[in-house]
Design a protein around this ligand. Sequence first.
Ligand code: ZN
Length: 414
Amino acid sequence: MTSPVSTRGASGTPRESAPDSPGVFARSPMVARIATLLVFGLAVSAGVRSVHVPPAVVPASAPPEAFSAERAMAHVRQIARAAHPTGSAEHQRVRAYLVAELRALGLEPRLQQTIGIASRFPVAGQVTNILARLPGTGTDGKAILMTAHYDSVAVGPGAADDAAGTAALLETLRALRAGSPLRNDLIIALLDGEEDGLLGAAAFVHEHPWARNVGLALCLDAGGTGGRALLYETGERNASLVRAFGRTPNATGSSAMYSGYRRMPNDSDFSELRLAGITGLNIAISERGDRYHTPLDDPAHLDPRSLQHHGDAALGVAREFGMMALPPAAEEDVIFFNLPVLGFVSYSIGWALLLAVSSALTWLAALVVGRARAKLRLSEVALEALAALIALLAAAAAPFAAWTVLARVHATHG
Ligand SMILES: [Zn+2]
């Protein structure tokens, strides 16, 4: 069953060509392969760029209702001058700075001084949380809680972890006060003792009366010094939460990240809130993890665009959820991620199953049609599938092997 393809050349004269030699690509399969690879590679890199590169910095000259990373960066430079672990003199200096900045914004900051007892680890310790409340116009007393932690690890100044989150909240408060008021109250909690076992968060949810008003929480933290601020954890039955978050500017997130994160020993203040039954969103600057908890987590190495994205998320969430009835309705769970061009996408787990089954069926149909038209050989398809599987395993094994070798070398050199 062969039917020669009839085409017309540029001169308009009909010309016959067999299916085996329709053009330059078929005559030179290597050219076709390289071209395909090139186009595919360019499309993938453009896609990856659009999903990973944070938005441009908004300058300090922007209108007062806007979040400006240039303005927030001034706070980061003050907070992350040096390492400021809980209990250090530098930590006290940072606390005094934050209290003064909150007062300058017209708020009345309060200190919660107590012993924080962790729920997740066998640790306890003295903490001093800094709390402030921006009243809304509503009467039900429900509040959005926004948290960052103002302590750092002892080995580095913590510009991203978590001076960035703290600075983003100060700049968000400033921008909110410049605009029209929200319906819901806003509680800003600059928590202490995160690096020692989420002690400040534990103290807030266990002891502070304001914790009972919280209808939604947003935590800002960092596991690196660059890239986008990523929504990687939410409360359960998150459909309405995630959809509202998707309407904020430059919304970026990945539900797959959370699946991985749950299997890691890492934790953040959001864990204590979740255990206390508070729903919400957990966002982190998450690329350049090589600088996380090192002396290189300093203001010079923090990407100001990541700070801008942190602020876009904080201000966006405040404005989006600030007018909603809280807590958001608990519906089904959704999957979410970002796509090039389309941006933030979310759909229910039911849809995910449907998509998986339909793509498997499409693949099978292509196989059957290909066989029927004698275009596919089953042995070749099996070989290609095997090659793809090996490539996948090799891609997973290579970083693991590199990490093992590097860790050995590092241990040898102390
Ligand atoms: Zn942190």
